[in-house]
Write a protein that binds this ligand. Structure first.
Ligand SMILES: *Cc1c(COP(=O)(O)O)cnc(C)c1O
Length: 386
């Protein structure tokens, strides 16, 4: 049986896969089993931050693999402690809880917010405001947090305690917080799965001020926007605010599964021994890989992300067949005249891998994609959208 047939026979059918089997890659280039070359502007959905087979990352990961692959959280471990230190020093957050995925990072954020409020105010202050059109994950609780009705069928009963505000509508957020006696507001700075929609700066600032004044925690879901993707280490840094809790995953491990929930001053001691945990969380190999990624996301790399972003906005903003370009940094959505799925297929035929987000074409290139490859890929996209 071919791999396609084996997959269809034995792997749970949760994914609509492209008709391609990828085999190996280097940097922004990846090859399928027929040896066809692609420029990858998807990075496995914003995961392979420095592309495929990055030398420094491989060396960090393999060095750790040869020492200890896992210890359990009953022991101290250097990669975990050092990564937490690096994240806190670079962000000003105070403590980090490690897990293995974005959904789990959000679960921890939700548990932390509820516990903070419970310990301070008692029962009845546990509801969280999230935004319509958001995406927070696939577990029963993070599906409930996701503000899209389409995710709220078939798997009920869902976790209680989420209400949904209109994005960019401060009055709606405030009235929901008051009405439901909420403990937190949770949002993605750029709604990724929802169509690469950046939130308005004034909205974020107003919600931040309101939350601050009312001891309502502000949670930023930076699972997709984090780790350099938007042109700053975390996107919140460009909104001029500091959330109480920041969750991240995707690009953090450079391709290995890791989630992180960063806790600010207010909630740094909310989680105590036994209140939360994870068998694999803080895995030394994943942490060593993440350390190699985060330590290299410096001002120079971020300036590169911003200039590559400007180039894409400029080139595709004026391209025939593109109605609008949205997003931030190297997290970009294209509203195309043609159906997005058709554009994705046409690009793939011509050797460029791109994704969709709702009705848009989505670009999530490696943060360090060489300019020549980016311009080659942009030219191919231009041909495919006309
Ligand atoms: C991908 C994503 C998640 C879920 O992450 P998983 O690792 O698939 O659990 C949550 N929030 C946002 C904003 C995401 O983009």
């Amino acid at each position: 049986m071919s791999i396609t047939q084996l997959d269809k026979e034995y792997v749970a059918g949760t994914y609509g896969r492209f008709p391609v089997e990828l085999k190996n890659g280097k940097g922004a280039l990846v090859y399928d089993t027929d040896g066809k070359e692609y420029i990858d502007l998807g990075t496995g959905i914003a995961v392979n931050a420095f592309g495929y087979a990055d030398d420094e990352w491989i060396s960090a990961v393999t060095k750790q693999l040869g020492a200890l692959q896992h210890t359990s959280n009953l022991f101290y471990s250097e990669p975990c402690a050092k990564l937490a230190q690096l994240l806190c020093e670079k962000t000003g957050m105070k403590k980090v809880f490690f897990s293995n995925s974005g959904a789990e990072a959000n679960e921890c954020a939700i548990k932390t917010a509820r516990r903070y409020s419970f310990l301070k105010y008692g029962e009845g202050r546990s509801t969280i405001v999230t935004l319509k059109n958001s995406f927070h994950g696939r577990t029963i609780t993070t599906l409930a947090a996701t503000g899209q009705d389409i995710f709220h069928t078939e798997f009920g009963p869902f976790t209680e305690g989420f209400v949904y505000a209109e994005a960019n509508n401060t009055a709606d957020v405030i009235s929901l917080v008051k009405k439901h006696n909420c403990c937190a507001v949770m949002m993605e700075p750029v709604q990724g799965e929802g169509g690469v929609m950046k939130l308005d700066d004034t909205f974020v600032k107003e919600v931040y001020d309101f939350c601050n004044a009312n001891d309502v925690l502000l949670i930023f879901d930076e699972v997709q926007t984090g780790n350099g993707r938007t042109g700053s280490l975390y996107a919140y840094q460009q909104f001029g605010i500091t959330p109480d809790i920041v969750s991240t995953a995707k690009g953090l491990g450079g391709g290995l599964p890791i989630g992180a929930t960063m806790l600010g001053k207010k909630v740094e001691d909310t989680l105590t021994p036994g209140s939360h945990g994870s068998t694999f969380g803080g895995n030394p190999v994943a942490c060593a890989g993440a350390y190699s990624i985060i330590s290299r996301i410096d001002e120079e790399l971020l300036a590169g992300v911003r200039s590559k972003s400007e180039y894409i906005f400029k080139e595709l903003g004026s391209a025939e067949g593109i109605k609008s370009v949205s997003g931030m940094g190297l997290m970009i959505g294209l509203e195309t005249e043609k159906d997005a799925k058709e554009v994705v297929a046409a690009c793939r035929e011509k050797g460029v891998l791109v994704l969709t987000a709702k009705t848009k074409v989505r670009l999530l290139p490696p943060l360090n994609i060489p300019d020549e490859l980016l311009s080659k890929a942009v030219d191919i996209i231009k041909e495919c959208v006309k």
